[in-house]
Design a protein around this ligand. Structure first.
Ligand code: AMX
Length: 427
């Protein structure tokens, strides 16, 4: 059996040779054009990034290294991380060796807790998470070896090492934030040999949660792990990382983007909207009541959280996976029932609003109701769990980019007058 460093080492040589051949033979091949509307419209649809860890065709949803998500929902976060890094699912032996790198880094240094305790009590949990990640930058192996003159060829190895250190500690940090911020009692130390999901559940203090909580967290951590490279958090991580900033700087930057309500914070916004609906109508609302509330929300100028997507044009398969889970474990719960009812109502309304390109639910439309069912009712915490999962993809993308010797990101910008002149001169 090859260790993860040996296995990736072999792949890296192949990837570099393939990339070099592609550039030599087809470097001038044109893959996309850019319109003025795209420049002014958030670069939507411009094919301009290479991402091997996952892809999101608009009519299929998430595919990780060629495997559709629905074939991966029973896997563990460790297996998905391995798959994203190498392109292969691990054998049992490989998984044990791989997981040992994550397990040996579980202890969170005391200074991280000191910094978190010093933050004002109304600090958002996402700020706590990103601060914790950033203060650990002093431990970056990449930064240390860079300062010692490491060779470019080895950048990926120390990025991988940073990812193991970061990912090993994150369940403890995320669980600690939950306990600290929401007064859940003392911090709970990790258990050396527990898996990523199990130890997180343990450190949350939720080992006695009702049947299915471990399965929910495992599914949650798999479903949110990656979504190609063009979304706000992934692209931000890539851009920052491309300056040879290490993983701590890059991931912390990317997660600041995840904290936006149009991106990862949508899960917090969505459950807030669902709970408000249930409160307002004293239980699971009727379809007519949901219709009224949707209309009111739209009239007030707000979006319906959990619906729509910049890329997808179908029901997000991640939403489908959560829906299946809910039907199995909590079909009687009024919050979950409201999610189901909302799904039956909202797309029909959004379909008739011309400007909305995707009326279907995304990942955030269903996840919160399940967390709520199991007793995690602190809504501002939801994006932290999303982040705990997404760090797997952000890290895998960074390692692969380093392996492929990706240069600094630096697209060209132009002023408005340049576009006007260009349009004039061509007509
Ligand atoms: N409710 C109301 N209006 C919506 C809408 C929704 N759910 N989805 C899109 N629209 C509106 C947009 O705000 C935009 O209006 P504007 O032109 O007046 O600004 C118009 O429809 C066109 O948008 P679009 O091209 O269909 O989508 P987009 O690519 O610009 O944005 C997204 C995509 C996700 C930001 C948007 O659908 C949205 O705001 N959804 C609600 C928030 C949400 O669920 N975000 C989570 C996404 C998944 C994730 O990252 N976790």
């Amino acid at each position: 059996m090859l260790t993860i460093y040996e296995k990736l080492g072999q792949k890296v040589d192949v990837w570099r040779a393939e990339g070099a051949a592609l550039l030599k033979d087809h470097g001038n091949f044109k893959v996309s054009d850019v319109t003025v509307a795209q420049m002014y419209g958030g670069m939507r649809g411009i094919i301009s990034l290479v991402c091997d860890t996952s892809e999101v065709p608009n009519d299929k949803g998430l595919i990780i290294r060629g495997i559709p998500l629905k074939e991966l929902t029973q896997k563990s976060p460790e297996e998905i991380f391995y798959l994203m890094l190498t392109g292969d699912l691990p054998t049992e032996e490989e998984l044990v060796e791989f997981s040992s790198h994550i397990k040996k880094n579980k202890e969170v240094p005391g200074y991280v807790w000191d910094v978190l305790r010093a933050l004002p009590p109304d600090t958002h949990p996402m700020v706590m998470l990103n601060t914790a990640i950033l203060v650990m930058q002093r431990e970056s192996e990449f930064a240390k070896h860079y300062n010692e003159g490491m060779k470019k060829n080895d950048y990926w190895k120390y990025t991988l090492e940073d990812s193991f250190n970061l990912i090993g500690r994150l369940p403890g940090i995320a669980a600690g934030i939950y306990r600290m911020h929401f007064n859940k009692g003392e911090l709970i130390p990790p258990v050396a040999d527990m898996d990523f999901t199990g130890d997180y559940v343990h450190m949350l203090g939720m080992e006695d949660a009702p049947n299915g909580f471990y399965e929910l967290m495992k599914l949650f951590l798999v479903l949110h792990s990656d979504h190609e490279a063009g979304n706000v958090s992934a692209m931000t991580t890539i851009v920052v990382n491309s300056a040879l900033s290490d993983l701590y700087y890059s991931v912390s930057a990317g997660l600041n983007g995840l904290a936006g309500p149009l991106h990862g914070l949508a899960n917090q916004e969505c459950i807030k909207w669902i709970v408000d609906t249930v409160d307002r109508f004293n239980g699971t609302p009727t379809k007519e009541q949901i219709t009224d509330y949707v209309t009111e929300t739209l009239k007030s100028g707000k979006v319906i959280p959990g619906y729509g997507h910049a890329v997808l044009r179908i029901v997000d398969p991640r939403f489908d996976a959560f829906l299946d889970f809910g039907k199995k474990y909590c079909s009687e719960n009024p919050i979950f029932q409201t999610v189901v009812q909302t799904f039956e109502v909202v797309p029909e309304i959004l379909k008739h609003i011309e400007k909305i390109k995707d009326p279907w639910p995304n990942v955030d439309a269903g996840s919160g109701a399940l967390l709520y069912h199991y007793g995690i009712k602190e809504l501002s915490y939801y994006t932290v769990i999303f982040a705990l999962s997404r760090v797997l993809g952000l890290s895998a993308q960074a390692v692969v980019n380093r392996a492929k010797l990706k240069p600094i990101t630096r697209p060209k910008s132009v002023p408005y007058s340049w576009i006007v002149d260009k349009v004039k001169s061509s007509t």
